[in-house]
Each structure stands twice: as structure tokens, then as C-alpha cells.
Design a protein. Structure first.
Length: 381
């Protein structure tokens, strides 16, 4: 009897994706360095390469991801057209396919059978391997993207995605190069190099952002916050926050966190190009961070061998936990009153009511509780 061949049960190779990644990588590793060694590339080609790199990257993060996949804000048709053109230039499929697949990822994160790029199947798989074969988890019938099926701009790009992508990756750099007198240099830098960098920058979010970094908000999934990845991915590297609060138009919620996608969306709202920007209330962010600290302290107390120290710390911990619960309950009660007041068309009265002031006090109290938890957190280390 012939032994079963394990490879025979593997999904078929995704030939278009396999060919694209193989050819582009081979050209970058062979033709590109040969050209740089033998010919000069104009400064304008390098400038155009960086500019197009950011145009494509922000179209993926601001358009494909935050606008269409998560509906974190609304945008004028002109911005949508920009996203659709330069998103096609990034050569990562249409908005419809990309957003639908990403929604599946969020709904089934880390599930090896249903998450299209689950990190639990390895870094290579999460980074690029999931696209090289026809894995069932990566298939979609767009049942989770009916809103996109009704969007005429999105469907135009979906129906003409390949010709748009070919024109933007070859025709557009050719035209720029012809206008600036450096056709081949533009094809090498603004075309080939920019395309490969665009690909792997995006893929880092699926792989390293689920593998390397910190988890300040939740440990319910593998997503991590990583400042270096945020710098490389236009702000997408604050991934632990994103997986808990995916509908927020921001990933980096602190002013010092590098998130150019957030800055783009916010600045365009000043002139009406973007609107209805969705934000997670600061209280909910603080509550998530404090709950995470409580969980860490509880874990460390469980593993501590000094019984006397444990008793003291346990007492402090229980006190802080009860205070935290009381604050959350008070906040929830006031939020319910706020909703009821708005429902009764009393929003104006709410703005000047005692309830609003009480809510602000509770938010300040929660921040103070987080600060008090820091010493306890380190004492259990």
C-alpha cells in the first residue's frame, strides 16, 4: 500500500498571487541592484517613490481599513476616489475583497480554522503564506460586506481592479518618468521598489503585530502594540488597542503616538472632506487599561510565595478592585441617564447638568485609580 502524501491534502496554489510575489521579489533582488550599479536614478524618482509609497500606504490604512472595513468615519467621494486609485496601486486586491476578508479576521481572530491569517499557524503563514494557496479560511461570499456591495465606487473598482492596478503600477510611473526624463528610473523606484515595500509593510500587521509587542488593553487575542511597527505602517502598529476598539478611527490614541493615518483623517475633517469620526470615550479606554492591570496583579499574587506580603497586597488589591467596580457602576448609571435624557430631547440640558459634571469627576477618579495601581503592579513583579 502506498503511503498517503501529506502534500496532496494541501490547498491548490493560488497562481496569480504566487506569480505576482515571485516575479516582483525576483526582479527586486536581481534587476533592481543591477540597474542601480550601472545607471543613475534621478532624485525626482526617489522623491516620487516615497510620495507614492505613502499615497498607497495611507490608501490602505485610511481607506481600505479604517473607512471601508471598519466604517470608522465617513468621507467625501473625492477622497474615496483617491483611496480607490492608490489602493489599487498597492496591488492588494479590491476594497470589497480586502475589507470582507479583514472583517472575517476580526470576527475569528486567532482561530486556526476560520481566521484567514491566524498567527497561530505561524509567522510565515500570517505574513504571506495564507495568500499563496487557496485556503478555505480566506474565501468569502461577501455576506459580511453588503454595505460595500451597495457602494457604486467600491464596485467600480472591484469590477475593474486588475486594469486599474496595472495602469497605476506601470502606466502611471511611466507617465511620470516620461514627464521627468527618467522613465526606467521611475519604473524601478516608484514602480517596483515601492510595490514590494507596500506589500510587506501591510503584511507586517498580520504577522509581527500579532507576535511582538505589548498588550496594555486586552489579552483576549494575540494583537500587540508596537511603536516601531506603528512607524513602519502609518500608525497601524497599535494593534492591541485596535482589536479591542476596532471602530475607532484612531489606532494611536495618545498625542505622542505616531499615527499619520489618524492625523490625515482628523485634518481632512477640518475642511469637511471627512466627517462622523468615531472615537472610543476616554473612560472606556481607561477602564480597559485598569482592568488589564488588575488581571496582571491577580496573576502575580497567585504566584507569589511570601504569604505575609501577599496578605498585605491582597488587601490593597481588593480595596482598589472594589473602588474600581463602584466607579464603573456609577459611570454606567450616569451614562444610562445621559442616554435617557438624549432620548427625551434634553441634550442641551445635559450639557449644563450636574450629571455631566459628575461624569467628568468619575473619569478623573478612574485615572487616579490607574496611577495608584502602578506601585501595586510593580510590587508584585
Amino acid at each position: 500500500m502506498t503511503a498517503a502524501n501529506p502534500a496532496s491534502s494541501r490547498p491548490a496554489i493560488n497562481k496569480p498571487a504566487y506569480a505576482m510575489f515571485t516575479i516582483s521579489t525576483a526582479l527586486l533582488l536581481t534587476v533592481f541592484p543591477w540597474y542601480l550599479f550601472n545607471y543613475d536614478v534621478s532624485a525626482s524618482a526617489w522623491v516620487a517613490g516615497v510620495a507614492l509609497l505613502y499615497a498607497c500606504g495611507l490608501s490602505i490604512t485610511g481607506g481600505y481599513h479604517r473607512l471601508w472595513a471598519h466604517r470608522a468615519y465617513q468621507a467625501h467621494w473625492s477622497l474615496k476616489a483617491f483611496y480607490l486609485l492608490f489602493g489599487a496601486m498597492a496591488f492588494q486586491n479590491s476594497v470589497l475583497v480586502w475589507a470582507s476578508t479583514h472583517r472575517i479576521h476580526h470576527a475569528n481572530v486567532d482561530d486556526v480554522d476560520h481566521d484567514p491569517y491566524s498567527i497561530n499557524r505561524g509567522l510565515w503563514y500570517a505574513h504571506i503564506g495564507w495568500m499563496l494557496r487557496d485556503y478555505p479560511s480566506a474565501r468569502t461570499d461577501y455576506s459580511n460586506a453588503r454595505d460595500l456591495l451597495d457602494d457604486r465606487l467600491v464596485m467600480f473598482q472591484h469590477n475593474y481592479c486588475l486594469p486599474l492596478a496595472l495602469f497605476m503600477n506601470i502606466g502611471f510611473p511611466l507617465l511620470l518618468g516620461w514627464a521627468m526624463g527618467d522613465v526606467t528610473g521611475y519604473l524601478m523606484v516608484a514602480g517596483l521598489l515601492r510595490l514590494v515595500v507596500n506589500h510587506h509593510v501591510t503584511f507586517l500587521i498580520n504577522s509581527l503585530a500579532h507576535y511582538w509587542g505589548r498588550r496594555p488593553y486586552t489579552i483576549e487575542n494575540t494583537a500587540r502594540d508596537n511603536d516601531l511597527l506603528a512607524f513602519l505602517t502609518y500608525g497601524e502598529g497599535y494593534h492591541n488597542y485596535h482589536h479591542l476598539f476596532q471602530w475607532d478611527y484612531r489606532n494611536g490614541v495618545r498625542w505622542w503616538q505616531y499615527d499619520p493615518t489618524k492625523w490625515l483623517i482628523a485634518s481632512l475633517s477640518w475642511v469637511g472632506i471627512t466627517r462622523e469620526l468615531r472615537r472610543v470615550p476616554e473612560f472606556r479606554i481607561q477602564r480597559a487599561m485598569l482592568q488589564r492591570q488588575f488581571d496582571q496583579v491577580r496573576e502575580r499574587l497567585t504566584g507569589c510565595n511570601n504569604e505575609g506580603r501577599v496578605a498585605v497586597l491582597q488587601q490593597r488589591f481588593e480595596h482598589e478592585l472594589e473602588t474600581f467596580k463602584a466607579t464603573v457602576n456609577a459611570w454606567s448609571h450616569l451614562q444610562s441617564q445621559r442616554i435617557e435624557a438624549a432620548r427625551d430631547k434634553l441634550a442641551d440640558q445635559w450639557q449644563h447638568s450636574d450629571m455631566r459634571q459628575q461624569l467628568l469627576v468619575l473619569e478623573d477618579r478612574l485615572r487616579e485609580q490607574r496611577q495608584r495601581m502602578q506601585p501595586l503592579h510593580w510590587q508584585t513583579a
